[in-house]
Each structure stands twice: as structure tokens, then as C-alpha cells.
Write a protein that binds this ligand. Sequence first.
Ligand code: DX5
Ligand code: ZN
Length: 219
Amino acid sequence: MGKVIVAPSILAADFSRLAEEIHRVEVAGADWIHCDIMDGHFVDNISFGPDVVRLVRKETSLPLDVHLMIEHADHYVPRFAKAGANSITVHVEPEARHDVVKTLQRIRDAGCRAGLTLNPETAFELVEQFLGKFDMLLVMTVHPGFGGQPFRADQMGKVRRAVAWNSSGGHKIDIEVDGGINPKTARISVENGANVLVAGTSIFHSKDYAKAIRDLRGE
Ligand code: DX5
Ligand code: ZN
């Protein structure tokens, strides 16, 4: 298996000095920067929008991994692509109120990698029907909306089912986990087959970002 990708979620960063936080995680060995976009409708929290993503883009050359926890993602995809996103992940639940196939196509047409994600309560079959139309599956290991929640190990079955897709040939996808990722739950996720780890609290609330990232990789 290739190297594990670590994607710090800036939701847990100190926004009063965001540029410095981004430089610090980049120097510490981050692979991607994960941007959590929340609209107060699809999830019960509001974070930030394309203008902040554009500022992040100016501060780093690392790939920006944008996770849209919003309604009508199709409408906003071009703005996030223009702001500098490299991958854009959207939710499959009907409450996200968009045509998933069209949105995934719109993401790829904008030159980004397309991600699809599902909440812990959502059945895996819902994403299965879109296989081939996305480049990354994000398995939510908490209910989205807030950082700092405990990891749900019961979601690992979804990771293993995605691994089975990859080994059955055809289109290979990245398998990302998001929520409650710390050194222990990172190991569980990687053992089950995840190759991208999103982590907010365990990196940005630590003193030594480089050590936190190494610990997530199990180095
Ligand atoms: C959850 C977000 C996550 C979250 C992760 O709604 O999608 O990216 O910020 O934060 P931690 O690592 O603190 O669980
Ligand atoms: Zn996220």
C-alpha cells in the first residue's frame, strides 16, 4: 500500500492566525489541507466559504481538499473550484438537495477530483450506485458538523467494502476517513484500508504538529 495521506482540517485551527497555522502544518509534513464547509442547513454549524478557501490557496501549494456539508452543492462547486480546490467532496444524503451525478460531473468538469461521502447513519448502498463517477470515498466517522467528537469504529465496515471495490479491479479510489482521528483510531482506519486521514483536533490542539502528524502515520 502507498503512503498514508494526512489532511489536517483547519476547522480546528486558530482562525485569528490562519496563515501561520497553515504554514506550520505544511512544514510539519501535512499532505493536503482539509477545508470543512458548513452552511447551517445540511449541518447545524456554519464555518466559512470560498473567500476563505481562496486565502488558504494563497498560503500553500498543498492540495486543498474541500468537504462540502451544504445544501445545493452543485450551485457552489464552481466557486470552490475557482477559489483553488483540488478535490471537492459532496454528501449523498437526500437532505443535501442536489443531483449527485450532475454535481460529481460538475466537479470533474471544473478540473477537480470528485469525492462522495456519507454520514454514519447512511447506508453504504446509497454511494454504491455512483461507483465510477467519483475518485474518493469519504467515510464519515462522526456525524458531521463539529470537530472534537469521538470516532465511530462501527463505520469501518464501509471502509472495508470500499477496499473490496478497489481490489475487484476497475476504477481505483482513495478511501478517506474524517472525524475523531487520533493515533489510535488512525491505526484502526489504516488497518481496515483507509489511505487518507482527516484530523482536526489531534493536530491543531497539539503542541507539536510534526509529532502529531508522524503519530497519525504510525511512524
Ligand atoms: C466534521 C468535519 C471534520 C472535523 C474533524 O464535521 O467534517 O473534518 O473537523 O475534526 P476532528 O478531527 O476534531 O474530529
Ligand atoms: Zn471534513
